[in-house]
Design a protein around this ligand. Structure first.
Ligand code: MG
Length: 454
């Protein structure tokens, strides 16, 4: 058996008026949440995560942990639906729990689930290794080659999330199953730590201070010393030998047993979630009375190269073809084979042409306004044939913030051949807006939360 010794702390930092981060430390479950959204929304969203963690799970499996995250997400969405003041609230979550043994998995394992840009690291006594992926716009730009990792660290939009809880009824959850070893230190933290200290600075504290609480306190102190621009929340979980036997002190050091990116989980419903966009506002979620569907983006940075269209999009593209197939089938029976062949050929050409138009219509993107916020649409302005445009990516940029000279262009719809280009335009637009707004906003940066103490 293994055991855990834990240090933890959530600190308001030096710049924010309150703390919207939250943490959970249970017997075998640990989590950090970084809430966002005005009117106490972020605080409430993060608190819902904590409540859900406190309720635990019936079976300690990785699937149950993912479901726990999904459920927390649904509760946040429901809560935001009930109270308009809370619309748009959301939170990150990074969560770690020890998993049950089974015949299949007799060794000590932990599960990790993650959404957003809070992080889980493992420190093995020497090396600090980041286990989770940040779901941020800049990480996406890094993957696409548009930014270097160094540029990403300094990028003004580095806080713009592409995934968070509270955005849509379904959320993609990344998960990992790992072997654990006595002596491992798992560090869960909000971006208030990683925005201030680099990995080497964090590792050196973990090397120096064996007591987890002392290490956490020191990390918080250093993050504040380096500016404390955001709330800082850390849970440090040290793995110790339990009562009966030293666990897994031998054996091959294959740490990662299983890893599932949210998109790859069987049965994942990618629709409402944005694997690769800016964070969606809550009112873009399906069922919230929207007239436009939220479309999934084919995974990864190759969105524009992929011919895979999921969900609603595919249904939309298929239905004309299948209607065309069904109706004439009966008539064909009464026709000679020559006419039959002709009709089939015409139908085939029609379907192919419709498919081509649809493909092209659905693989264009444009930046425009939706409900007075800047969004990226998939499709062409006004739609083509029956291929209506759908909101692909929603941003929190209000019309009022958009400089005059861009507004007309966005009203007309600024078209791009790829999602990446559209996103780059939006990123540049944000940079421009922030540059213009700079005099008034000496303290705050965009999507970072107000605060509270847990
Ligand atoms: Mg934060």
């Amino acid at each position: 058996m293994i055991g855990f010794v834990v240090g933890s702390r959530s600190d308001v930092g030096r710049a924010r008026p309150g703390n919207e981060d939250a943490l959970f430390v249970g017997e075998r479950l640990f989590a950090v949440a970084d809430g966002m959204g005005g009117h106490a929304g972020g605080e409430i969203a993060a608190e819902i995560v904590v409540e859900r963690c406190a309720a635990g799970v019936a079976e300690w499996t990785i699937d149950a942990l993912v479901e726990l995250v999904q459920e927390a997400n649904r509760r946040i969405v429901e809560k935001a639906d009930e109270d308009t003041a809370l619309r748009g609230m959301g939170t990150t979550i990074t969560l770690l729990a020890s998993l049950d043994h089974s015949d299949e998995y007799p060794d000590e394992r932990i599960g990790i689930a993650n959404v957003g840009d809070s992080r889980t690291y493992v420190f093995d006594g020497e090396v600090l290794e980041l286990l989770t992926d940040d779901h941020t716009l800049v990480q996406r730009l890094v993957r696409s080659g548009a930014l270097t990792p160094e540029q990403a660290e300094e990028h003004p939009q580095r806080n713009v999330l592409t995934r968070a809880l509270g955005i849509a009824e379904d959320v993609l959850v990344d998960s990992w199953e790992l072997r654990v070893f006595v002596g491992d230190r798992f560090l869960l933290c909000s971006d208030g730590l990683t925005g201030e200290l680099d990995d080497e600075q964090i590792a050196s504290v973990l090397r120096r201070l064996a007591d987890p609480q002392e290490a956490v306190d020191e990390l918080v102190r250093l993050a504040n010393e380096s500016g404390g621009h955001d709330n800082i929340t850390i849970v440090l979980v040290d793995v110790i030998a339990g009562d009966d036997r030293p666990a897994d002190s031998t054996g091959e050091h294959e740490r990662v047993v299983a890893q599932v990116a949210g998109e790859e989980r069987p049965g994942a419903t990618p629709e409402p979630e944005l694997p690769d966009g800016l964070v969606l506002a809550a009112d873009a979620m399906p069922g919230a009375g929207e007239e436009v569907a939220v479309d999934p983006i084919p995974g990864g940075v190759h969105a524009e190269e992929s011919d895979r269209d999921d969900g609603k999009q595919e249904v939309a593209a298929d239905s004309p073809a299948s209607e065309a197939d069904d109706a004439p089938t009966q008539r064909l029976r009464r026709l000679t084979w020559r006419v039959g062949v002709f009709v089939v050929a015409v139908l085939l050409v029609t379907v192919l042409a419709a498919g081509a138009v649809g493909w092209s219509a659905r693989n264009t993107f444009y930046v425009g306004f939706h409900q007075d916020s800047v969004v990226i649409y998939r499709g062409q302005p006004g739609g083509v044939l029956w291929f209506a445009e759908t909101v692909e990516v929603r941003t929190d940029i209000d019309r009022d913030r958009v400089p005059e000279q861009y507004r007309q262009e966005l009203d007309d719809g600024k078209t791009y051949a790829s999602l990446n280009s559209a996103e780059t335009f939006v990123a540049n637009l944000l940079t421009e807006i922030e540059r213009l707004e700079l005099p008034e906003m000496s303290v705050s940066t965009p999507p970072v939360p107000p605060l509270r103490t847990p």
